[in-house]
Design a protein around this ligand. Structure first.
Ligand code: ADP
Ligand code: MG
Length: 226
């Protein structure tokens, strides 16, 4: 299995007044192509901070990160914000608990939005194809407010796929959904991983975690078990 992401001794320390919070405290791991990893752990253990570091949404205090063989953090030179933006667009799709759809845009427009900013060589499928894949073909002209929570999250997944990411990062993707809808999202994530996309998801849902290829448990910013 090809390694698509390598994290070594990642740390993130926040300074809160006189207190240092070691949100991520020396995490190392590799993720392979098509591998589905679940990150679990108590609230405040550093899961979101770790996911943001892996997805280059946040800079680590120390440690290194490579994505697709490209060194992002920990190298000699600090990358510019413009370079980082390009790395994010080429490599990552992001899914969040709260969906973050734009309420005034239709389903189709929401899905097209990242593609407006970037359509690289070999870019992903068309928004219409993604709508079909996610069972949303009858919702294209609807506004987010007209959708169920499960449908909103499927729109967010379609949006995350528009630029054909190698890695999909999901922070509690089923956190706002009932168990049936959560099961649907789980199935979609598995299908995507089977198709070769690396999926790393944070979840509180142990049923969902159990179906992952690998479970990493975080406690106090460290890998407690895997
Ligand atoms: P989780 O996602 O597991 O609930 P987080 O990664 O959100 O945990 O937070 C880990 C720790 O870092 C917590 O103690 C949290 O309060 C702290 N933290 C997170 N983000 C910030 C921030 N921007 N500034 C200061 N402290 C933060
Ligand atoms: Mg979190």
């Amino acid at each position: 299995m090809d390694t698509v992401l390598t994290a070594k001794d990642l740390r993130k320390t926040y300074h809160r007044g006189s207190e240092d919070v070691h949100a991520v405290d020396g995490v190392s791991f590799d993720a392979g192509a098509g591998e589905l990893t679940a990150i679990i752990g108590p609230s405040g253990s550093g899961k979101t901070t770790l996911l943001n570091l892996l997805g280059c949404l946040d800079n680590p205090s120390s440690g290194s990160l490579s994505v697709g063989g490209e060194e992002i953090f920990g190298g000699k030179a600090e990358l510019s914000e413009g370079t980082l933006t390009g790395i994010r667009r080429r490599n990552f799709g992001y899914i969040f608990q709260k969906f973050y759809l734009i309420p005034t845009l239709t389903v189709l427009e929401n899905i097209m939005l990242p593609g407006v900013f970037y359509r690289g060589a070999g870019a992903g499928r068309t928004p219409q194809e993604l709508l079909k894949q996610l069972g949303l073909e009858n919702r294209a002209a609807h506004l987010p407010a007209e959708l169920s929570g499960g449908e909103m999250q499927r729109v967010a997944i379609a949006r995350a796929l528009i630029n054909a990411p190698k890695i999909l990062l999901a922070d509690e993707p089923t956190g706002n959904l009932d168990s049936k809808r959560a099961g649907e999202i789980e199935e979609i994530l598995h299908t995507l991983a089977d198709g070769g996309i690396t999926v790393i998801m944070v979840t509180h849902n142990l049923e969902l975690a159990r179906t992952a290829d690998r479970v990493i448990e975080i406690r106090d910013g460290r890998i407690h078990a895997q």
